[in-house]
Structure formats: structure tokens, C-alpha cells
Design a protein around this ligand. Structure first.
Ligand code: UDP
Ligand code: MG
Length: 330
């Protein structure tokens, strides 16, 4: 049984060496152990593993370090992008190149404890296709925890697939899950939604959130906001539906108000005051229309990106070829 570890890396020169040591040490201990007590793999031939690093256009020495790691360790492969295409693209590249019977996606900054792979494999052996690591939010800033909680409450009301707070990309995927994910070729990738959309037997394990050891998180407030919007818009057209209902509601209110105004004018005679009402109504309606236009524009923009059918990433260097292509024209 071959296990692939997929690692997206963006400017991780400070930690990538240590990451490789920790992960290989952990996986070697698994290899030597074999998989005792694995119900899913009776008489299991044991595990082998490979590492697939994806350098997402780092500006630092990440690529030369990966080259050195790969030269010294034949189980290691790497793909390097021509520029920074984002973590989603990096994960996609990793999944395409992964040859394993099971694939584990892991961050390079050691926030995802390698020791969890063992538990993930055990659960995979029990028949689970996705073993999802869910971090407890201890150590996070209170504001971040609260916004996250509010966001997930909102989004789960809106989106068709269920998204869970604290769940990231750290997870084990069975071969058939990976193949299913590779069949989703949309340009705009919101992997949290994609993972939930493909389904299969899924289970969750909890782990304590480790602080980033070196380097800095690449998430800024703006990026988080955009990510949140992506989550809302990528997986449904409910915002469009909401726009429609809001429009209908406003039209009804306006109709009632018009009848009332006409009635008053008929009974009391024509009355000119109402400047404020007029101004407020016009501005409010203009605002609502701008928002609705924005919602529609978001979808049109997404369609525009999709129809271009551009590749998700461009590879500049790599020590591996023959990725798994599923339906995508290259
Ligand atoms: N990453 C990437 N491309 C990017 C940003 C991040 O491949 O454009 C990688 C990064 O190297 C790390 C993982 O994605 O392995 C998670 O990034 P980070 O630690 O910055 O995010 P956080 O842990 O704060 O969510
Ligand atoms: Mg991190």
C-alpha cells in the first residue's frame, strides 16, 4: 500500500527541511511497523510512502531546498510553479501527481502534526474514504474564533454542502475520493466545498492546534474575507435567489406605499411634503440595485473565468512527470 503525502509550499525555506525530517521519521516508523491490526488490510503488505511537494512560486530558497531534498531521498518528488497560483492550485497539482492508494494533504509549516497520519490510516483501514482532521481553536484570537463561528453558522444555512468549522485541508483521501476530486475541473476551486461535495464515507478526528513554528501565515484579513465570499458563491446560486426575493419584497412594499399615498391624496387633497421619504427611498433602492448588480456580477465574473479554460497552474520545474489527468485539456 502506497501513501502519498501532498505538501503545498509557499516561501517555506525556514521550515521545509525540518518538516521533511519529521514527516519521514514518522512515516518510516509506520513502514517498519507495517499496519498491525488493520481490519481493512488483512495480511497487509505494509506501507510505503512518497512525498509530493508543490512549490507554489516561492520567492525564497524553497525550490533549491526541495531539489536538494529530492536528490537525497528517492521517495520525494516536487513540482514547482512558474508563479504563485495559490494553495488551491498547489493542492490540485499535488493530487494529480500523487500515485498513492491513499493521499494525505498536509501544510509545510508543521501545524499539522505528522503523528496524526497513523490515526488517519487506521481509520482508512476501517473503511473511511475521507479522514478529516479538525483542529480545536485553542490559541486562536477570540475575534477570529467568533468570526469563524458566525461565518459557519451563516454559510451552512446558505450552502448545499455542509462545511465544518476548524476543518482545513489536512485530511486523508482514498484513491477513489482523489479521482473524484480530480474530475471536478472548475477554475475557481474552493476545496472545502469540493471535499464536502464529493462525499464518500467521511469521519473526523480532532487535534490540538499547534502554533506556526517558523515564517508567517499568509492569511491577511482581506484574503480571509475573499475566501469567505468564495465559500458563499462557489457552491450554490442562493445569493441570486435571495436577490430575487429581495426585489419582490421591495416591489410589494412600494406598491402598498403607492396605494396608501394615492389614498391619502384623494382623501386629504394633494400634499407636497415628503422630500425626505423620496430621497431615502431613491438612495435605498439605488443601493439595493448596486448590491444585486454586484451579486450578478460575481457570477458573471466566475463564468468568465470558467469559460476561458485556462490551466490552473504552470509548471516551471519538476522531477516528476506523467501526472494523472482527468478530463482536463492541457
Ligand atoms: N501555501 C501555498 N500557497 C499560497 C499560500 C500558502 O501553497 O499561496 C501553503 C503554505 O506554504 C502552507 C499552507 O499552504 O504549507 C498553509 O499556509 P499558511 O500556513 O500560510 O496558512 P494557515 O496555516 O495560516 O491557514
Ligand atoms: Mg499554517
Amino acid at each position: 500500500m502506497l501513501i502519498s503525502i501532498v505538501v503545498p509550499c509557499f516561501n517555506e525555506e525556514e521550515i521545509i527541511g525540518r518538516f521533511h525530517e519529521r514527516v519521514t521519521a514518522e512515516l518510516e516508523s509506520l513502514e517498519s511497523l507495517g499496519l498491525p491490526g488493520f481490519p481493512g488490510f488483512p495480511g497487509s503488505p505494509g506501507v510505503r510512502f512518497e512525498l509530493v511537494y508543490v512549490d507554489d512560486g516561492s520567492h525564497d530558497r524553497t525550490l533549491p531546498l526541495l531539489e536538494a531534498i529530492a536528490a537525497a531521498d528517492s521517495r520525494t518528488r516536487y513540482v514547482s510553479f512558474s508563479r504563485n497560483f495559490g494553495k488551491e492550485a498547489a493542492m490540485l497539482a499535488g493530487l494529480r501527481h500523487a500515485a498513492g492508494d491513499a493521499v494525505v494533504i498536509m501544510d509545510a509549516d508543521l501545524q499539522h502534526p505528522p503523528e496524526l497520519v497513523r490515526r488517519m490510516l487506521r481509520l482508512h483501514g476501517e473503511g473511511f474514504d475521507q479522514v478529516v482532521a479538525r483542529r480545536t481553536r485553542t490559541g486562536d484570537r477570540v475575534t477570529r474564533t467568533l468570526t469563524a463561528r458566525a461565518y459557519y453558522r451563516l454559510i451552512n444555512r446558505l450552502v448545499d454542502v455542509e462545511l465544518m468549522d476548524g476543518v482545513g485541508d489536512f485530511r486523508l483521501l482514498s484513491r477513489r475520493t482523489v479521482d473524484a476530486i480530480l474530475r471536478l475541473t472548475e477554475y475557481n476551486r474552493f476545496s472545502k466545498g469540493i471535499f464536502a461535495w464529493v462525499g464518500f464515507r467521511t469521519t473526523t478526528i480532532e487535534y490540538e492546534n499547534a502554533a506556526r513554528e517558523q515564517g508567517r501565515s499568509k492569511w491577511t484579513f482581506g484574503k480571509l474575507l475573499n475566501y469567505g465570499l468564495d465559500g458563499l458563491l462557489s457552491f450554490n446560486n442562493k445569493p441570486l435567489r435571495a436577490a430575487l426575493y429581495l426585489g419582490l419584497l421591495l416591489v410589494s412594499v412600494a406598491a402598498v406605499y403607492a396605494v396608501w399615498i394615492v389614498g391619502v391624496a384623494l382623501v386629504k387633497g394633494v400634499d407636497t411634503p415628503g422630500y425626505v421619504t423620496l430621497l431615502v427611498t431613491v438612495t435605498a433602492l439605488a443601493g439595493v440595485q448596486m448590491v444585486m448588480l454586484g451579486v450578478v456580477g460575481e457570477y458573471v465574473g466566475r463564468i468568465y473565468y470558467e469559460v476561458k479554460r485556462r490551466p490552473h497552474f504552470l509548471v516551471k520545474a519538476s522531477n516528476t512527470s506523467a501526472p494523472h489527468h482527468h478530463g482536463e485539456l492541457v
